[in-house]
Design a protein around this ligand. Structure first.
Ligand SMILES: [Zn+2]
Ligand SMILES: [Zn+2]
Length: 337
């Protein structure tokens, strides 16, 4: 079978490998689509070399079809599935609390363990979720980032009628905005990339472009009170500095972006308005189920988010293009091409 291997910073090679043999409890999945996300770009640049082995297979936003299933695993050959790419211990404090996605020994498939950039993938059957026939192959590959968004919106307790400001209109920020709006919130997205601004506006979302001051915009929008919920999805220190300033009394700040370095945050605003601040990472099973419902019903427009499809052999170029920025939202690898 064909597979793509991480060979160290800025290098992927595509070659052949033996088809994996499923172990007890594992299903064999024929992988059809894999999305490339920001985490993959970090891997590509060598930032996660402490987690991703040389010769490792990445890819955690996946869709495929079961070709071999263990007895009693809840899936059967022919099922169309997405993969919840998590390994957790089931015994630690986080797992016992119901937060197995934050397991103290968490491993992510496609980062710490082999992922989906291979034609066949052996995956624990318990980590598979079936998707309905109404969900197109390309859109099924977006269920993973959509589950991130349903998790973030649920954790922030966005309500109908809330005003929500999202810092960052990439794939995750856009999906958070769309899910929050589907919940009945009024949503604005701060984004600098003109291609992304145009796409967000085509969804009918309000955008705050690079030449508009976010604090001034928010003051005008909310009569000086501040928004109910703000999501920080950029990873940019300037956004982290601004995010506590735009939220109303008793409002909520959700940190979704990965800030790898400590950075200045305005704790005075947090204190003075008694803000709730939390992190939001990955997803629980219910977030996946909600994502599948939203995607399959068409409640969230997914087609315009797919900017380009590439072959597995083009992974290296695809990563370079994604890093260059420009007119890109989501790039999918089509393993059937
Ligand atoms: Zn991802
Ligand atoms: Zn655990």
């Amino acid at each position: 079978m064909r597979a793509s291997f991480y060979q160290g910073s800025r290098t992927f090679t595509t070659g052949s490998a033996p088809r994996p043999v499923p172990q007890a409890g594992e299903a064999l999945v024929r992988v059809e689509r894999v999305g490339i996300c920001g985490t993959d770009l970090h891997i590509y640049q060598g930032h996660l070399d402490h987690r991703v082995p040389r010769g490792g297979v990445i890819g955690h936003e996946t869709f495929g079809e079961v070709v071999e299933a263990p007895a009693g695993g809840g899936v059967a050959a022919g099922d169309r599935v997405v993969v919840e790419p998590l390994w957790f211990c089931g015994a630690c404090r986080a797992c016992r609390m119901g937060a197995s996605y934050l397991c103290y020994g968490l491993k992510v498939l496609g980062v710490d363990l082999p992922g989906g950039m291979q034609e066949y993938w052996a995956v624990p059957a318990a980590r598979l979720l079936k998707v309905p026939p109404t969900l197109a192959d390309d859109h099924a590959a977006l269920v993973e980032p959509l589950a991130v968004a349903t998790h973030d919106v649920r954790r922030a307790q966005v309500q109908a009628g809330d005003r929500v400001l999202v810092f960052g209109g990439g794939p995750i920020g856009a999906l958070i905005a769309l899910v929050a709006r589907q919940r009945g919130a009024e949503v604005a997205v701060a984004e600098v990339n003109p291609f992304r601004v145009a796409l967000l506006e085509s969804f009918g979302l309000t955008t705050v472009g690079p030449d508009i001051d976010v604090s001034r915009f928010t003051a005008d929008w909310t009569g000086g009170e501040g928004v109910d919920v703000a999501f920080e999805v950029t990873g940019n220190p300037a956004a982290a500095r601004a995010v506590t300033d735009v939220v109303r009394v008793w409002g909520t700040v959700s940190i979704v972006a990965i800030h790898a370095e400590p950075i200045p945050v305005n704790l005075y605003a947090l204190f003075a308005r008694e803000l709730n601040v939390h992190g939001a990472r990955l997803y629980a099973r219910e977030d996946w189920e909600e994502a599948i419902r939203l995607a399959a019903s068409g409640a969230i427009p997914l087609a315009p988010l797919v900017s380009r499809k590439i072959r597995l052999e083009e992974l290296q170029q695809g990563m370079e293009q994604a890093l260059a920025g420009g007119p890109v939202m989501k790039v999918l690898v089509d393993l059937t091409a």
